[in-house]
Design a protein around this ligand. Sequence first.
Ligand code: IMP
Ligand code: MG
Length: 174
Amino acid sequence: MINAIASVLISEEEIEKRINELAKEISQDYQGQSIHTVSVLKGATIFSSDLIRKLEIPVTIDFIGVSSYGQSTESSGIVRIIKDLDETVEEKHVLLIEDIVDTGLTLKYIQELLMSRKPKSLKTCVLLNKPDRRKVEVKVDYVGFTIPNEFVVGYGLDFDGKLRNLPFIGIIRI
Ligand code: IMP
Ligand code: MG
């Protein structure tokens, strides 16, 4: 295994199985409708590309790039838009897709931004939920896995820009 990884938290097979379940649930919930996904760069790209391929409803896709201001690895709550959406979300059923909800500050900010642009509806899907670290209440409609308070990498999540390409979720060796 890659030296930086202390242990595998969620295997490739477990991720695939859970994505199939999520896709089925989402497809049922939106039956007869189409959805417009907004995936958060860069962390959610791998999760969202696997998820949307399993959806059984019409889908259009867009991306938003954000970064937290501040010196620490902790989210400050002040979020800067690095790459805005290409298309309007007005009158669309929007599904926001993110890799992880930690303090909740990033997701809350993006949800408020999207709501101000008047989608027909907004739901949120995250691969990972770390509830122990929540600072603000945030509504999440679909959760892949709830995990303990560990810093995880892989399957889109990075440490200093690296390890996003691991096919599993691992706990980093510190
Ligand atoms: P929040 O605003 O604290 O919820 O931060 C969410 C963002 O922090 C995510 O989009 C990730 O980029 C990053 N993040 C939080 N926890 C982890 C982790 O365990 N590994 C990698 N990135 C993380
Ligand atoms: Mg992120």
